[in-house]
Design a protein around this ligand. Sequence first.
Ligand code: SF4
Length: 214
Amino acid sequence: MALNVNEIFFSIQGESIYAGIPCVFVRLTGCNLRCAYCDTTYARENGTSMEIRQLMKKIRGFRCMLVEITGGEPLIQEETPFLINELLKTGYKVLLETNGTIDIRMVPPECIKIVDIKCPSSNEKDKIDLNNIKHLGMNDQIKFVIQNREDYLYAKNIFKTSCKHIEGGNILFSPVTGKLPPSDLAGWILNDRLDVRFHLQLHKIIWPEVRRGV
Ligand code: SF4
């Protein structure tokens, strides 16, 4: 059983409520979206086929028990849940970053899902399966990437209408780097007294010039 892998690296977790914690990243190749602000376009193609046992060996070599599976969109490869299961069985804490288009019920519940809800400026909002929100568990997270006021109002509306069962600290509002001043987004959240987590992509602050493998 094999997966098409774009890159594997060890870094500081830059997104999610685990931001700041060392983590092994497995970036899988391929994506079913074309978001306007995508910062990992290189992950849409050019992977290497790796057997799950090879991947497990490579991950073990980093000596770190937190692993994030990301992409691209990891759930377009049907073997991804098998890798997640292997990692969980071996005692890893596993995060899965997914773009919100695919039913997350195929993912083992012990895996922590970080589900993107695409806003209008992505040009992909209509492809999102909003039913995923009701399948999120208490440790899962939602991420809104926000480029302008229209995105913010869209995210705020979904937060108010569909996210009552989710702890506010697990709902991330993140500005698009270089497009929306973080202070604008922080101000809107404070002004509206929104119980969400303001969030910056930490890896882009630590390594602003580096484009991949961080
Ligand atoms: S879902 Fe993620 S990887 Fe795919 S196009 Fe959008 S930002 Fe890029």
